[in-house]
Ligand binder design. Structure first.
Ligand SMILES: NC(=O)c1ccc[n+]([C@@H]2O[C@H](COP(=O)([O-])OP(=O)(O)OC[C@H]3O[C@@H](n4cnc5c(N)ncnc54)[C@H](O)[C@@H]3O)[C@@H](O)[C@H]2O)c1
Length: 327
């Protein structure tokens, strides 16, 4: 019996592989390295190099590795790009997921853990955000994830697919071996660390008149190791025969952009230019998860929620991998 990690050469998938191996699981990574890195692969995991659109290859890999659970991380993740090029996002994130689900159906695999996102909520009315908050994605990326969530409901009803939908907030941090190496990098913490290490000239803050204590946007930062561990809890939950569920994964702690900048300055001991600009459209004041359901139903508690720990781990990874992964 093994776990297939689709997108296991990417940021979050590679940490999930690391944690699954540490938990004694047998793992097969399925990835085409479109945004992932060969250097992020763990030696002890099997690799099938392929595209998620190749349903036959997926079926073959699931059968030959006796897969019982699929964790599906593979997707494109750039919100801004999804607005400019929605075809790319619907094709990879929706049609690609449908190919994985068809392969599971044909191979007789019926446990699925899906990387969804807080972006399905769009601009929520209330914070902390619970799983029954109104759904309203405001970009093709968020919609692509919502479409898969809806597909899963019907796969569950028609074929008995058991699934856990995990709606992540802002993944960040690193383990010693695995961290964030996106190209381009659009996430806040690595970009502030680039400014601290001189790889970026400055950091721009968009809006300082939001309804938050210091006026800058507040987001929920969740350590990638905590995220990976939630996948293992979700897998155990399904293996115990429990029903399909949707849960948020966040710290329930919000940190403002300025707080994150100050933490980076304190951790790195470096100063850098911070430029203030007008608000961007589509940014909510506060996006903070209620993770009460994940704690109650999955028995998951974030252990590395403190922003200083998150920044320290990301900084150590960046220092030990100054050019990202070598591959
Ligand atoms: N990073 C975040 O903060 C965040 C937040 C919410 C949700 N998510 C979701 O988590 C998942 C993983 O995010 P990430 O930051 O690790 O992304 P990533 O780009 O680092 O990893 C994605 C992996 O999937 C692979 N992949 C993509 N398309 C593929 C295809 N057609 N065939 C085979 N492999 C393919 C890539 O090569 C890469 O290894 C995504 O589904 C993303 O939407 C991420």
């Amino acid at each position: 019996m093994s776990v297939m990690v689709v997108g296991g050469a990417g940021y979050i998938g590679s940490v999930a592989v690391e944690r699954l191996l540490a938990a004694g699981e047998s793992v097969v990574v399925y990835d085409n390295f479109s945004t992932g890195n060969r250097g992020a692969l763990s030696q002890e995991a099997a690799l099938v190099e392929g595209n998620i659109h190749d349903t036959a290859k997926l079926i073959d890999a699931m059968q030959s590795h006796q897969v019982d659970t699929v964790m599906h991380f593979a997707a494109y993740i750039e919100v801004g790009e999804s607005v400019k090029n929605p075809i790319k996002y619907f094709e990879n994130n929706v049609m690609g997921a449908q190919s994985v689900l068809k392969a599971m159906h044909d191979a007789g695999v019926n446990q699925f853990i899906f990387s969804s996102t807080a972006a399905v909520y769009g601009m929520p009315d209330e914070v902390p955000i619970t799983e029954d908050a109104a759904i309203g994605p405001i970009n093709p990326y968020g919609l692509s994830k919502r479409m898969v969530e809806e597909m899963l409901e019907w796969h569950g009803k028609a074929y008995g697919l058991n699934h856990v939908i995990l709606r992540y907030f802002n993944a960040c941090g690193a383990t010693q071996a695995h961290g964030e190496a996106h190209d381009p990098e659009s996430h806040l913490i690595p970009n502030i660390l680039f400014a601290a290490s001189g790889k970026r000239e400055k950091i721009m803050v968009f809006g300082d008149d939001y309804d938050t204590p210091d006026g800058t946007c507040v987001r929920d930062y969740i350590h990638v190791e905590d995220l990976a561990d939630a996948h293992i809890k979700a897998m155990e939950y399904l293996r115990s025969g429990n029903e399909s569920i949707t849960v948020n994964l966040g710290n329930s702690i919000g940190n403002s952009v300025l707080e994150v900048i100050e933490t980076v300055k304190a951790v790195t001991g470096k100063d850098f230019t911070v430029e203030h600009h007008d608000r961007r459209s589509g940014d909510a004041d506060k996006l903070v998860a209620s993770s009460e359901k994940a704690q109650r139903v999955l028995g998951w508690t974030p252990k590395k929620g403190d922003i200083r720990t998150i920044v320290e781990d990301a900084w150590h990874f960046m220092q030990s991998h100054p050019h990202g992964y070598e591959d």
